[in-house]
Design a protein around this ligand. Structure first.
Ligand SMILES: Cc1ncc(COP(=O)(O)O)c(C=O)c1O
Length: 396
């Protein structure tokens, strides 16, 4: 890319690559985009103002958003905002360097203590995001002699962590404990260590992992288990705990960042060996302070947690869908173009409900993903159900 000289037209400079390498790069990008476009798989950022509450604004249009993971409406809770603002004013905008370089920040240490206690673990470590956490955790625990088993519908960052580790990676059928057991029976003996990766609540399907059974199979085969709790924390969290409980600060906690809760030994190992922790700047203190305040609210006001699931269940009953197991309800459409068209039709009626397409979900299972929040009113949920029925998507 040529560097525009003062007075030159930088737009023109951008559109005319100066050399053949830049030209082939742009040609590759355009070809790939054209292919994605043909398959209705191109993604675009749409300028959207979020809030207050579940409101969203696109251009002149006001929408009710069902496309947000702020399940308890804490991202704009005045107490959470105040905690972030106070930390911002006191400590500045950024962390300055990796926590191992610039020194550990007391706000991060306080957050880690609270997360560990919340999960009933000895210790916790905060990462830059949930995605970065999994990119660091899995390779710090496994390598080329090891076996990593991932639920087939696991999040992209679980697969990415497994790939980076260099371990043999195998998928087990979604929530299929017998398949998991069969793979471990056949393959476990060939590997030094084995690690199972699953989610408490699946991000695009809203169903839950059979954790008791997975942990039992793991114990039979001396395999470790990591549960990604990105969509469970504070909302659908009861039940068994895995030895490795990771998640995000960006959904129910309304802020930004990721975490791992585990034994002290595991957290100490991560502090030395998780590359996405060691070699990256610490989380901004304001994000940590906001998440900490949100976690305090989650614990102090347990009645909030019940609302998104109750709204989701009323919605699934109204549409004749399988009963919701979490605040996430998928409405399967099939082809990507059809899912986009349905999302656009809802937007025209005042609802923001994103279409989820491959490769986020398997081919042929494009869907609308409806996410409920404690901040939704019953009227908003009823109106969405009516609109979907009117568009031919169910109705009982
Ligand atoms: C299951 C799951 N794991 C991890 C992540 C990544 O978390 P973060 O957004 O903090 O990177 C997400 C969401 O984006 C997710 O849905």
């Amino acid at each position: 890319m040529p560097i525009p000289t003062p007075g030159s037209d930088s737009k023109a400079a951008e559109s005319k690559p100066a050399d053949s390498a830049s030209a082939s790069l742009d040609a590759f990008a355009r070809r790939t985009l054209a292919d994605l476009e043909t398959r209705a798989l191109r993604r675009r950022l749409v300028e959207t103002e979020r809030g207050p509450g579940t409101a969203a604004r696109r251009g002149a249009r006001s929408l009710v958003s069902f496309s947000c993971n702020d399940y308890l409406g804490l991202s704009d809770d005045p107490r959470v905002i105040a905690a972030g603002q106070e930390a911002l004013a006191r400590y500045g905008a950024g962390a300055g360097a990796s926590r191992l370089v610039t020194g550990n920040h007391p706000v991060l240490a306080a957050l880690e203590g609270r997360l560990a206690a919340h999960k009933g673990k000895a210790a916790a470590l905060v990462f830059g995001s949930g995605y970065m956490a999994n990119l660091g955790i899995v390779p710090a625990l496994t390598g080329s002699k090891d076996l990593v088993l991932v639920d087939a519908l696991g999040h992209s960052c679980l697969f990415a962590g497994a790939q980076i580790s260099g371990a043999t990676m195998l998928r087990f059928r979604h929530n299929d404990v017998e398949h998991l057991r069969a793979i471990l029976s056949a393959r476990r003996g060939r590997h030094e260590r084995a690690l199972i990766l699953t989610e408490r609540v699946f991000s695009m399907d809203g169903d839950r992992a059979p954790l008791d059974d997975i942990l039992a199979v793991a114990a039979e085969h001396e395999a470790w288990t990591l549960v990604d709790d990105a969509h469970g924390l504070g909302v659908v969290e009861a039940g068994a705990r895995a030895p490795l409980e990771m998640g995000t600060l960006s959904k129910t906690l309304g802020s930004y960042g990721g975490y791992l809760c585990a034994s002290q030994a595991v957290i100490d190992l991560m502090t030395s060996r998780a590359r996405s922790f060691v070699y990256t700047t610490g989380l901004p203190p304001a994000s940590a302070a906001a998440a900490l305040r949100a976690l305090e609210i989650v614990e102090a006001e347990p009645e909030r947690a019940a609302r998104p699931l109750a709204l989701a269940r009323g919605f699934t009953a109204r549409l004749g869908l399988p009963e919701a197991a979490s605040p996430i309800v998928p409405i399967l459409v099939g082809e990507a173009a059809a899912a986009l068209a349905l999302s656009a039709a809802l937007e025209a009626r005042g609802f923001l409900v994103v279409a989820i397409r491959p490769p986020t979900v398997p081919a042929g299972t494009a869907r609308l993903r409806v996410a409920f929040s404690a901040a939704h009113t019953q009227d908003q949920v009823d109106a969405l159900a009516e609109a979907l029925i009117d568009l031919g998507m169910g109705g009982v």
